[in-house]
Design a protein around this ligand. Structure first.
Ligand code: SF4
Length: 457
């Protein structure tokens, strides 16, 4: 097999890993008509689905393109959800460290890529695999003097001395948590264990904080300076969205992860333990998880506020923030001239930037609805949930249908109507109308819960 055949095979085998930003995108560009990941036979140029290149964000916020490839797709493990599993009869190949280092540097010099995303099947043993990956990165860093971005996968079960070496050669590392529970992991990835995943995650976390402490000394070696991330497969096992979200929150807290990536399960094998091969990947569920993840990272939501035991799965018709708002009418209306930053963030139509602008602008003058529009607030949504100087937006008609229409796309609203969604989504429009704005002063306002709870996994 020549080097380009290897590249095609090993880049394709890596495409299911979503621990970078553009992975998992579908083939439908806004203006294009590409389908199913192949540009062949379409009139557009370019595809987001072909293996080979993915995108990530550097520490300074720049979007960078990475060569995403496996060192090898040979694997001694038999994870049932994985196309590279031992029992799958597919073509196998292997890049020697020199082949992959040379290929990467050539692509870099031609401006095809700005960095490398390196993962691997487990060949011979976790330690052996890790050694091969280290060798590749040493050639790149030391011989080719490559200073670009490198993201490497930690191989579960590899020795910590090897992880230490790998971490000193990379900008970011990730250990895939794979399944949302220990039971599913034992069932679907019998060669992996909770400890073989969380152990390296803990090791990397400690290494990063030690490295930050040592950074004051000139020449101190850096360890994973862009932090660590993980990936979880969604829809291959029966866990609820609430369970997945609590686990995600816990991973952020305990392991200081930069990102948790969710990957809608794409059926690649006929196994009675897995959804059948004609099952569609749960893309809406994956999307809702990313929305909820965003709320936890930037909007100060807790997992158990977004979903709980009484509604353990996402509302398919409404994003999690709007869903929270319609389920908590007693929290509203929020008076924009007095509310705290945290309270503003709970209002549909007010984002991080507009909340910051409101706080800054109201220091010099009180705000009206016209001002809010200028500050970037999406009034179409927000007007039902706020007051300015104790007043609602002039001419606002508060009807349940109007509110729901403003919070859903037309398609979602039509689907919701047809589906006759149960009371869960019914909202108290009268309460949102809140002629009794006094209720805030009367202490009936729903308090924001404290954010110090840690969920154990
Ligand atoms: S360890 Fe499991 S998930 Fe990773 S390549 Fe091997 S079979 Fe696939």
């Amino acid at each position: 097999m020549d080097i380009f055949d290897k590249l095609e095979l090993l880049a394709n085998s890596a495409k299911y890993d979503v621990a970078c930003t553009s992975s998992g995108a579908d083939g439908n560009s806004a203006g294009g008509n590409s389908a199913g990941g192949s540009a062949a036979g379409t009139s557009g140029v370019g595809s987001k689905c072909l293996g080979g290149i993915c995108h990530s964000f550097a520490a300074d916020g720049r979007c960078i393109s990475l060569l995403k490839v496996l060192q090898t797709n040979i694997c001694i493990y038999d994870c049932k959800y994985c196309v590279n599993r031992r029992s799958n009869d597919i073509k196998r190949s292997f890049f020697t460290p020199r082949e992959l280092a040379d290929l990467t540097i050539q692509f870099y010099k031609r401006n095809y890529i700005e960095g490398l995303f390196l993962s691997s099947g487990v060949i011979k043993s976790p330690d052996y695999t890790c050694e091969i990956m280290i060798k590749t990165l040493e050639l790149l860093r030391h011989e080719h003097k490559f200073n670009g971005y490198i993201h490497a996968k930690a191989i579960p079960g590899a020795d910590s001395a090897l992880l230490q070496k790998l971490g000193q050669l990379t900008d970011r590392m990730s250990v895939n948590i794979e399944m949302p529970s220990q039971t599913s992991l034992a069932l679907l990835a019998p060669d992996k264990s909770k400890n073989s995943i969380l152990g390296p995650m803990g090791f990397i976390k400690n290494g990063i904080s030690e490295s930050k402490e040592l950074a004051i000394y000139k020449g101190a070696p850096k360890f994973v300076p862009a932090g660590q991330s993980t990936q979880m497969i969604i829809g291959a096992s029966p866990e609820t969205d609430s369970h997945i979200l609590k686990l995600t929150e816990s991973l952020y807290k305990k392991y200081k992860l930069k990102r948790v990536f969710f990957s809608a399960y794409i059926p690649v094998s006929n196994d009675t333990l897995l959804p059948s091969t004609d099952t569609q990947p749960p893309l809406l569920r994956e999307h809702r998880l990313y929305q909820a993840d965003w709320l936890m990272r930037f909007y100060k939501f807790r997992a158990d506020e977004i979903l709980d035991d009484s509604s353990p799965n996402f509302n398919p018709f409404m994003d999690p923030k709007c869903n929270w708002a319609v389920k908590h009418p007693s929290f509203f209306p929020v008076e924009v001239n007095k509310a705290s930053y945290e309270e503003l963030l709970r209002v549909p139509g007010i984002g991080v930037l507009s909340a910051q602008r409101i706080i800054a602008a109201r220091r010099s003058h009180s705000l009206d609805f016209y001002n809010l529009k200028k500050l970037g607030v999406v009034l179409k949504r927000a007007q039902y949930f706020i007051t300015c100087g104790g007043r609602k937006n002039e001419g606002l008609i508060i009807k349940q249908d109007n509110i729901l229409r403003s919070l859903m796309s037309k398609k979602e609203f039509d689907m919701y109507k047809d589906a006759n969604w149960p009371k869960q989504l019914m909202l108290d429009a009268k309460m949102l109308g809140c002629e009794d704005a006094e209720q805030r002063q009367n202490g009936k306002v729903l308090k924001l819960p404290s954010t110090d709870g840690v969920v154990s996994i």
